[in-house]
Design a protein around this ligand. Structure first.
Ligand code: TC6
Length: 685
């Protein structure tokens, strides 16, 4: 059956798309839409057209798999123009998500009706491109420059109600009667003498035309988002063209910017990210008929920062949580923090008071292990120490019902060793949440040697339910993320003794696109984590800084000096401390170039990633990228460390590693897989 079908009803042409799973606007859909509009124009009985979609959503965008391939017409801009130029008025009937090219189709329509649950957005920027089918020119003409910039530059969709408020949606339909309401609406408008064409409107953009400062202000406000990332800046330029140029010239400008972006490396990297995120949820060696374990009740051990954050994920998803602590005071404090977090979200308008109470109502605080007995999943988030974890797992094993999943939130420890203390190692798994656990998207799912297929599959399904991006890792020290991080941290410490300044190291990494460098991060977390005056041995720069009461942001100084607004500036004292320390350890200080900083800190991470792959601790290179993108703020427009290494060239990485081999220390080895791939001219992705 054709992906686009038409039927006539009471003087209307109803055009339906049926292109599962998301009605992406592939070539057949575009050709079908163009033919349908021509059919309507040529049929005197047709007074108006309704475009609607079957399945779970209105068009969710251009077909991303077609990007980078030779284009086959009609192009999306042609189709959208054809819709707008239609002699019969066209109504878009929207449910699910009208995204990217899908929203552009709707913008070409003369009217838009949507169900309240629908979401509308132009997420192209997240793929390193811009709306290239007139979206940057039409949207500001419909909703004004402020809202258009917000939607196009952030890529975040808005709900249908907000869309109705700003004029993007003309009418809200009954949630369960979109088709009927769209027909009523189409009949109403069919009789009108003229129909709005967004490309011809000027009322909403005249204000910005008189005040181009709005673009500069927006840039300033979004400086962080723009750093190093090409697409958002191009989006702003395109919207500016909508205001400053006649429509036809604006469209040309949009096309030029679009073509440049779509051919560029950043967009290639972001397409890799899109498909990698979806690939990560697939576990290669699990039989398709593996049964899921129903999870109706979750237990969390520990009401500290981690346990509280973990609990919130489940509460927000509507799952009851029993949270256990040893002392009443700690339990009360933990529950209080969860409530405060929810109330803060509510005060920002992102949750209603009713939703706060609903989530809190699902939480049962307890001091008794016995209350965990009937949980389907228990996650321990106690102190990171092997003996403590073993003790806890042993207790859980004796109390929690058979068949339940016992999970450890360890960030480094051997999950097999922890599982071995139980009589059911097949039910034990690592669920490594990242702090703050209610916010960070990443979940490393650590598969033990004995973890059963259904425990693994259930954990993966659950991660989707709590809106995490999950990646499966094998058991090894620090799993995927922290194991690679260690390489970078070691080099950061080493390179400052050789003469690189901490602020130069941080600058190189933030210019690369990371949100923070290692020394800014250390100051933020506190340098005295795990340090005590009594046992301090002055054997690392960090220890010396703590001894001098430079313990990070909280004491006003750490690697940096901080002002009252917690803005850091380079510290002469720190420079002296490092120089003295280097002299004591017999290290000669020298000038270190930015390029060397980059190679010394990032190449060993790629090398470790290759070892992780080689040892089968990650399923695929792209999973490693997903870990770094979602757990550590690695810049998405470089595609993640492994994709980035591909763009640098694996032979260059190997050469760089060889060049710095002595600095990496005696135990350092280049991964066999990396060397092989480099020698064969292959890539990771
Ligand atoms: C654009 O429009 C540019 C226009 C300018 C033109 C000149 N294409 O995410 P899910 C696949 S750019 C191809 O798991 P959900 C996806 O790979 C585009 N395939 O589902 C997956 O395949 P798998 C702007 C696509 O319910 C399957 O569909 N649009 C596309 O969690 C299911 O996807 C976007 O950026 C696509 N456009 O979420 C929107 N979209 O099963 C991108 C999805 O083989 N899409 N697939 O792994 C989304 O954000 C989400 O898919 C969703 C549904 C919210 C629509």
């Amino acid at each position: 059956m054709s992906v686009i079908t038409t039927r006539k009803e009471d003087g209307l042409l109803i055009v339906s798309s049926n292109n599962p799973p998301v009605n992406a606007l592939g070539q057949a859909v575009r050709a079908g839409l163009a033919a349908a509009i021509k059919e309507a124009s040529g049929d005197s009985e047709v007074r108006a057209v309704v475009i609607r979609c079957e399945g779970r959503t209105f068009f969710a965008g251009a077909d991303i798999t077609e990007f980078g391939k030779p284009p086959v017409g009609p192009s999306l801009p042609e189709v959208v123009d054809l819709i707008e130029a239609s002699t019969k008025p066209v109504v878009a009937a929207i449910h699910g998500t009208a995204l990217g090219g899908g929203l552009e189709v709707a913008l070409g329509c003369h009217y838009r009706i949507a169900v309240p649950s629908a979401k509308l957005g132009l997420p192209e920027v997240k793929l390193g491109i811009l709306p290239g089918a007139g979206g940057t020119q039409r949207l500001p003409r419909i909703v004004g420059v402020g809202d258009a910039l917000q939607m196009i530059v952030t890529g975040d969709p808005i709900g249908a109600k907000k869309a109705a408020d700003i004029g993007l949606v003309d009418r809200l339909a009954d949630e369960s009667a979109l088709d009927a309401d769209a027909i009523v609406f189409a009949k109403e408008i069919a009789g009108k003498a003229s129909h709005p064409k967004s490309s011809e409107r000027a009322d909403k953009i005249s204000e910005a035309a008189a005040n181009p400062q709005v673009f500069e202000d927006f840039k300033q406000k979004n400086a962080k988002r723009l750093r190093g990332f090409e697409a958002p800046a191009a989006c702003i330029e395109a919207v500016r063209a909508a205001v400053e140029l006649p429509y036809a010239d604006g469209v040309k400008k949009e096309r030029t910017l679009f073509m440049k972006l779509v051919m560029g490396d950043q967009s290639k990297a972001l397409r890799h990210v899109f498909f990698s995120e979806r690939a990560a949820s697939k576990i290669d060696d699990i039989p398709a008929d593996t049964a899921l374990i129903p999870i109706k009740k979750v237990g969390v051990l520990g009401a500290g920062t981690m346990g509280g954050g973990i609990s919130m994920n489940f509460l927000s998803a509507g799952l009851p949580v029993t949270i256990l602590e040893r002392e009443q005071e700690a339990l009360d404090r933990g529950v209080g923090i969860i409530r405060k977090n929810y109330e803060r979200t509510a005060s920002r308008g992102k949750m209603t008071d009713v939703q706060v109470e609903k989530a809190m109502g699902l939480l049962t605080p307890t001091l008794s292990y016995d209350d965990l007995a009937d949980c389907d999943l228990v996650i321990e988030a106690v102190f990171e120490n092997m003996d403590v974890k073993k003790e806890v797992l042993k207790t859980l094993d004796s109390i929690v019902k058979d068949g339940a999943i016992l999970a450890t939130n360890t960030s480094y420890l051997d999950v097999d060793e922890i599982a071995a203390v139980t009589k059911r190692p097949e039910s034990v798994i690592g669920l490594h949440f990242f702090s703050p656990a209610n916010i960070m998207r990443l979940l490393e799912i650590v598969r033990g040697d004995k973890t059963s297929a259904s425990v693994l599959k259930t954990s993966m399904a659950l991660s989707k339910q709590i809106k995490k991006v999950a990646v499966v890792a094998g058991v090894c020290h620090g799993f995927i993320g922290n194991r690679m991080l260690r390489q970078r941290q070691d080099q950061a410490q080493a390179i400052i003794l050789e003469g690189a300044k901490p602020w130069d190291v941080d600058r190189v990494l933030t210019e690369f696109g990371l949100p923070m460098g290692p020394f800014q991060m250390a100051d933020l977390a506190g340098l005295d984590l795990g340090w005590s005056k009594e046992t301090s041995s002055s054997s690392t720069v960090r220890e010396v800084l703590c001894e001098r009461d430079r313990r990070g942001q909280k004491t006003g100084k750490g690697f940096y000096d901080y002002d009252e607004n917690r803005r850091g500036s380079p510290s002469e004292e720190v420079e002296e401390i490092i120089a003295e320390f280097a002299a004591k350890s017999g290290k000669e200080q020298r000038d270190v170039s930015d390029q060397e900083i980059l190679e010394r800190l990032l190449y060993p991470m790629v090398n470790e990633g290759a070892k992780i792959l080689e040892e089968g601790k990650a399923q695929r290179a792209s999973d490693i990228d997903i870990v770094w993108l979602n757990g550590y703020g690695w810049p998405a427009y470089t595609g993640g460390p492994m994709f980035w290494a591909d763009t640098v060239g694996l032979q260059s990485i190997v050469d760089g590693l060889k060049k710095h081999e002595t600095a990496f220390g005696s135990g350092f080895e280049i991964s066999k897989l990396l060397k092989e791939k480099a020698a064969n001219g292959e890539t990771f992705n």
